[in-house]
Design a protein around this ligand. Structure first.
Ligand code: ZN
Ligand code: ZN
Length: 674
């Protein structure tokens, strides 16, 4: 018996069945265990077959548990014929009026599409509890009878049975889909006024959550407005519901009502606002909310800080992040692992690797997440050796790396061209740590090989993958083909990418550049035509820079940008000096079919260059310019910025979508391989 149970628990049903078949007269409990195990492991048909066999050969007298297990199996296999047979058995063995059996049979008939039978079983049940009603509603819903489902819900409320969360889960999607839902809700509303249902804050807030999830905020609001008593949770649910659909104005409106005294503001309400704005691009508002929370006398907690820090992280707002760091220091959060780890990432992603390292070193209690953050920080700044060194240190302390740790350290290997180290780490994942590499790890490994110029190896490695390579793997290969001037592999990877991510303009541009460079101009223009025909536009490059407390953003060709004329004047001036140092605009990175003069202008106005120029004009004694860009920086700008930092005598840090470039004294930390 013990081994039979062990087999059931571990899912070895074949062996369990062999043991079961050896029992001369299996009891009901043992039979039920095997019957339901079949359904649980996705084999409902086997469950039904075993039941029939037991009835025939062992003269089985089922009890309620056997019938319920098999009803479940019939429901899963959608077998209407077997369902009817089982119902007959239930009647024969006098179990049809049993509440639990009845509920299971209603559900079974509903799933098998026999709605009339479901209704009839329901009608004959002597007692109808909340599960009976819910099963009936769900039976109507699965037979696509939304009107009847809502009708049944009405009847249920009228009969005095209170819905539970299962009922609501079933009825609300139906409601949201049915066209009469609004009128119907008014009925429920009327009903609830008469029956005190309206005061049920619990049901009320559940309803709001469900409607908000069904993206029917109008109905959620309808219920919210109708509730006589609203607790703090209900208000907060309404707040986050508006944010979840990106309607921050309505959320703000609700928040103002709370502030004006209609409800008690809590730390959770403030956190709703901070994270709501944070997740929906309201960078400024999120930071403002964080500040206002403190003025209002609330103390930020872990949630507030872990919501607001990523705002600074993702926008490169180092100044804002530093202020939050100060707050953490003053309010004794320096021992909180999660927040400190967020701080490590904030400084790293804002381009300040030194500060990031400092925070990490001061952490007294570092877990694998903290180590992983530090490893990733080093990798994104191109410090692959340091990343690997940290990884080894972490291992020597007896910590077990996780899947993210490997992403971090492998990407470090790729940026620093540590091929052997990368291979070793990749193999150790499954050998030493039992982590099966996922497609992302494979992409990292492809990148390791590609950046080191081992293009053929990378391609063969991709062929050997146990799953389809992700676009990121093909993308790494394609980008490497441009650097390594490999037309054949470039065509292969681009062809694949055109299939799996046809909307990504970068792939067309890259292949066209590869072909142009190989002087295959006809083929290149074919690719650009393909791109035009498919209606794909090059993504607009956007760069931003923070000057004092303001973030200024730049897009090429934007005539309304701040100090437009001054910036172009500045760029013209510095370009003359750059040319003296041997700068030649590299027109390869412009795909338009235009003459050289216009092309030069087009290059000169790439967003990162505009932002660097604006930064240089607003140095105010600082010796660093930090610019952030949404796309990969182009080779020509990379060359230009190297010279600009030399001429200006400052260091320039550019974060593109892949990594950081630290430009200093005429060269870049990426050694021109990025
Ligand atoms: Zn550029
Ligand atoms: Zn670089």
């Amino acid at each position: 018996m013990k081994s039979f149970l062990a087999c059931l628990n571990s899912g070895h049903l074949d062996i369990a069945r062999k043991l079961f078949d050896k029992i001369p007269n299996p009891d009901l409990r043992t039979s039920t265990l095997l019957l339901s195990a079949y359904s649980k492991h996705g084999l409902p048909k086997q469950s039904i077959a075993l039941y029939r066999k037991l009835c025939k050969e062992k003269n089985l007298h089922p009890d309620q548990y056997v019938i319920i297990s098999v009803a479940n199996a019939c429901a899963l296999s959608l077998d209407a014929h077997k369902a009817e047979e089982l119902h007959e058995d239930a009647i024969r063995f006098n179990l049809a009026s049993n509440q639990l059996v009845g509920n299971a049979i209603i559900d079974m008939f509903g799933k098998c599409g026999l709605i009339e039978k479901a209704r009839s079983v329901f009608d004959h049940l002597p007692n109808k509890d909340v599960i009976s009603w819910s099963s009936l509603i769900s039976a109507h819903a699965s037979c696509k009878q939304s009107g009847e489902a809502l009708q049944a819900f009405s009847e249920m409320l009228c009969s005095g049975v209170k819905p539970n969360s299962v009922t609501l889960c079933t009825v609300l999607p139906v409601c949201a889909a049915a066209s009469k839902a609004a009128t119907f809700l008014k009925e429920i509303h009327g009903f609830s006024v008469r029956n005190g249902f309206k005061d049920d804050v619990w049901v009320g807030s559940r309803l709001i959550v469900f409607y908000a999830k069904a993206l029917n905020l109008r109905l959620a609001r309808f219920i919210f407005d109708g509730l006589l008593a609203r607790d703090a949770v209900t208000w907060n649910v309404m707040l986050s519901s508006y944010f979840s659909v990106g309607n921050s104005e309505e959320a703000l409106e609700i928040f103002r009502r709370m502030e004006s005294g209609e409800a008690q503001l809590s730390c959770a309400s403030w956190n709703c606002m901070i994270s709501g704005f944070a997740q929906h691009g309201g960078v400024k508002q999120s930071l403002e909310m964080f500040a206002r929370m403190q003025y209002s006398g609330f103390k930020a907690n872990e949630i507030s800080l872990t919501s607001v820090l990523p705002v600074c992280t993702n926008t490169g707002n180092r100044r804002g992040g530093k202020e939050i760091h100060g707050y953490m220091f003053r309010h004794c959060f320096m021992k909180n692992k999660r927040i400190m780890t967020a701080l490590v990432l904030m400084y790293a992603k804002c381009g300040d690797l030194m500060k990031s390292r400092l925070v990490f070193e001061r952490m007294t209690d570092r877990d694998v997440v903290a180590w992983t953050a530090m490893i990733c920080a080093n990798s994104m700044h191109g410090c692959g050796e340091d990343a690997v060194h940290l990884y080894r240190q972490m291992i020597s302390l007896g910590m077990k790396p996780n899947s993210v740790t490997f992403i971090g350290v492998l990407s470090g290997c790729s940026h620093s061209h540590l091929v052997e180290e990368g291979k070793h780490l990749f193999n150790s994942m499954s050998c030493h740590y039992g982590i099966r590499p996922n497609p992302e790890h494979y992409s990292c490994m492809v990148d390791v090989l590609c950046r080191a110029g081992h293009l053929q190896d990378a391609y063969e490695f991709m062929q050997s993958m146990p799953m389809e390579p992700k676009p990121s793997a093909w993308g790494a290969l394609l980008a490497a083909c441009r650097v390594g001037k490999n037309v054949d592999l470039g065509k292969i990877s681009a062809k694949k990418l055109f299939e799996i991510e046809p909307e990504n303009p970068g792939n067309y541009v890259l292949l066209s550049n590869i072909l142009m460079r190989a002087k295959l101009t006809d083929e290149a223009s074919k690719i650009r035509k393909l791109m035009r025909d498919r209606g794909i536009k090059k993504a607009a490059g956007r760069s931003w820079i923070q000057i004092k407390n303001r973030v200024h953003s730049f897009v090429k060709g934007d005539d309304r940008m701040v100090c437009r004329d001054e910036i172009y004047y500045f760029l013209k001036g510095i370009e003359a000096k750059m040319k003296l140092l041997g700068y030649k605009p590299d027109t390869e990175f412009v795909v338009h079919d235009v003459d050289d003069k216009i092309m030069e202008e087009a290059l000169c106005s790439h967003s990162e260059r505009l932002a660097v120029a604006f930064g240089a004009m607003n140095l105010n004694g600082e010796s660093e310019i930090r610019v952030f860009k949404n796309l990969r920086t182009c080779g020509d700008c990379h060359n230009a910025i190297k010279l600009m930092c030399k001429i200006l005598g400052v260091s320039i840090i550019v974060r593109d979508n892949l990594r950081f470039h630290h430009f200093e004294n005429g060269s870049c930390s990426c050694n021109d391989r990025w």
